[in-house]
Ligand binder design. Structure first.
Ligand SMILES: [Zn+2]
Length: 134
């Protein structure tokens, strides 16, 4: 039998809550494996610029936000709509104002990670502060 050429590898230590999240996302087929998850997350972080108007304080203080933030990009904010890009699913997420609340078209709810993420963006907060009740 021909031996496969081995690529160099490293081992990482991941905290349990993050590992639980990864395993949960594997069940939903978001990731193929634990190493795939780590690679995807790192690639997403590598390809983005964190400094563009994101409140890291807000993100760091929320474990759920912290775990998904690497995938999300803020695209645009209008009078009544916000566009986010979800890299992991390669789709645009539209949030809109309905009855003075921010509503996620994807999750059909007013309370999901996309909304949490949107509130962490300075530019979005500034636009929505007076128009939305939290
Ligand atoms: Zn959502």
């Amino acid at each position: 039998m021909q031996e496969k050429e081995r690529k160099p590898r490293v081992s990482l230590t991941i905290e349990q809550p993050l590992l639980d999240w990864i395993n949960q996302e594997i069940k939903t087929k978001r990731f193929a494996s634990q190493s795939h998850a780590v690679e995807q997350c790192l690639a997403a972080v590598k390809n983005r610029d964190y400094s563009k108007g994101l409140s890291l304080d807000v993100i760091e203080s929320d474990p759920q936000l912290r775990s998904v933030a690497p995938f999300f990009h803020f695209e645009q904010v209008f009078e009544d709509k916000i566009f986010l890009k979800d890299d992991s699913a390669n789709q645009t997420v539209t949030l809109q104002i309905k009855n003075k609340q921010l509503y996620c078209d994807l999750d059909r709810t007013t309370n999901c990670v996309h909304i949490g993420f949107a509130w962490a963006i300075d530019k979005v907060r500034a636009v929505l502060r007076d128009r939305i009740r939290r």
